[in-house]
Design a protein around this ligand. Structure first.
Ligand code: SF4
Ligand code: SF4
Length: 482
């Protein structure tokens, strides 16, 4: 594990938070809700203060809450605790609040604020020696919050805009022209007066600025044959942000798979995988996306389903849990889930057949949280990079701490996201590497924005693009100029 610098950031702590390790409002020590009370509330007990925080539709599990022994090992890997040093903005504090909700407390605005501030990075899951399933707890909590907590009109409008846009690649593509105008003209000044566009447009404009010019990356064909003997039949997710802003990453992925003996199936009718929805408590919407994707791919007879975006991969690997209660889909979802692989996992599993050519350069590899923490995929991307002659990989300090992208967290929480982005950008620049490599479009965007704010510069690439450049013998220029 890399050294953790738990120096707190400069963000303003919330009014209702309590000092680290202290006693929150209500006088109950962190994590100290009795298990019996939690179970009673799970069975429908109510509080005189109002309806309990959670209803009976998949409440967070009291047993999982009681697994937390309050040791605090997770605290220094939690980005919000690192920023503010507040117990209620730590994993342990949030688990305590979930426990309070389960013991019958109503869902207060303050509780929701602390849940909303969680990035869902799952660094706490990696750090926890007791194996607490915080991922399950926060996902079930968020679904309850979205169904039961009335949000203000501004928050509702922003969330509605996000979820009407990000899961739809065609809509994202259509926006790219206006986004360019936004960046290059005085439109930005006009938009600054509009709260909603002011929140959405900078993120989208940064995405557009990082993406290759619209010139031209053709859409991948529906089927690409393996080069040489076929070793596997592979379905491929093109993704929403990935296909709209980083189509070069998808093209590189297809070429690598074909070079490694995979026949690749890319049905153009595939939609969003539902990752953004499920990570933000919109479970019914996520289930609709999941059913559609299963319908699209299960008839192909694929051996594997490959994903090159970390956030998508982590939710695809949980389709079995997402659809467990659906009698028509539960078994099919389990079959589908068993075939899901991150690109790096599949390539390591199959073993290389395509020749790697030298890339004499130094790169910094950034673990996307949803690949490292959520999927435990850390060794495979490094093994692929290590297989490229003359390529040196440098570690990034504080690798465990999220860059602040976290799906749409940076749109919903721009100020702390920028602080985390700057912190990560400094760590990346300090490596002295020529190229930053990662496996998630959101991380690329977030870290690049931080590096620009620092006045620095570094080339960016997805792991697939590095491997593709090596297999095709393109030399380092292809990566450093992109
Ligand atoms: S998921 Fe990340 S932000 Fe949320 S509590 Fe865990 S470490 Fe903190
Ligand atoms: S490390 Fe695990 S057991 Fe310890 S406080 Fe954090 S969540 Fe609870």
């Amino acid at each position: 594990m890399a050294d953790i610098d738990a120096t707190h950031g400069t963000g303003t702590p919330p009014d209702d938070a309590v000092p680290a390790g202290g006693v929150p409002a209500g006088g109950v020590p962190a994590g100290g809700v009795p298990v019996d009370a939690l179970r009673a509330a799970e069975n429908g007990a109510t509080s005189p203060a109002g309806p309990p925080a959670f209803d009976g539709d998949h409440p967070p599990s009291a047993d999982l809450v009681s697994d937390c022994v309050h040791c605090g090992f997770c605290l220094t890997t939690c980005p919000t605790y690192v920023l503010w040093g507040e117990e209620m903005d730590s994993p342990r504090g949030r688990i305590h609040l979930i426990g309070q909700g389960l013991s019958g407390e109503p869902l207060s605005d303050s509780m929701v604020t602390h849940f909303d501030r969680c990035l869902g990075c799952m660094a706490c899951v990696t750090a926890c020696p007791s194996g607490v399933r915080y991922d399950r707890l926060i996902e079930d909590t968020r679904a309850q919050v979205e169904r039961r907590h009335p949000r203000g009109p501004r928050d509702r409008a922003l969330r509605a805009a996000i979820f009407a846009l990000f899961p739809y690649p065609r809509r994202l593509r259509l926006l790219r022209g206006p986004l360019r105008a936004y960046r290059m003209t005085g439109l930005k000044n006009l938009m600054d007066r509009s709260g909603l566009l002011n929140r959405l447009a900078p993120t989208l404009a940064t995405l557009d600025s990082l993406a290759p010019r619209l010139r031209s990356v053709p859409k991948p064909p529906a089927r690409v044959h393996a080069r040489g003997d076929r070793r596997a039949l592979v379905g491929m997710l093109t993704g929403c942000v990935q296909s709209a802003f980083f189509p070069d990453v998808n093209s590189a992925t297809v070429r690598i798979l074909a070079a490694e003996g995979c026949e690749v199936l890319i049905p153009p009718s595939q939609g969003c995988c539902g990752a953004l929805s499920v990570h933000n408590g919109r479970r019914a919407e996520a289930q609709r996306f999941a059913r559609n994707l299963i319908d699209t791919f299960e008839r192909t007879g694929m051996d594997y389903f490959v994903v090159n975006a970390a956030g998508c991969g982590s939710s695809l690997k949980e389709y079995d849990e997402l659809l467990a209660d659906d009698p028509r889909y539960a078994e099919r979802a389990a079959t589908f889930t068993a075939k899901v692989r991150d690109l790096s996992e599949l390539l390591v599993e199959l073993g290389p057949v395509a020749r790697r050519h030298p890339l004499p350069m130094t790169v910094a590899y950034h673990d996307a949280c949803h690949l490292g923490h959520a999927q435990g995929v850390r060794a495979q991307p490094r093994a692929l990079l290590a297989g490229i002659p003359d390529l040196t990989v440098r570690p990034i300090r504080e690798a465990e701490i999220c860059c602040g992208s976290a799906g749409v967290w940076n749109v919903l929480n721009p100020a702390p996201a920028a602080e985390l982005g700057d912190r990560k950008a400094k760590a990346v620049l300090d490596t002295g590497a020529e190229l930053l490599v990662t496996a998630n479009p959101g991380c690329l965007m977030q870290v690049a924005a931080g590096i620009r704010r620092q006045g620095g510069s570094i080339a960016l690439a997805h792991t697939a693009q590095v491997l593709d450049a090596s297999i095709r013998n393109l030399g380092t220029e292809a990566l450093l100029e992109s």
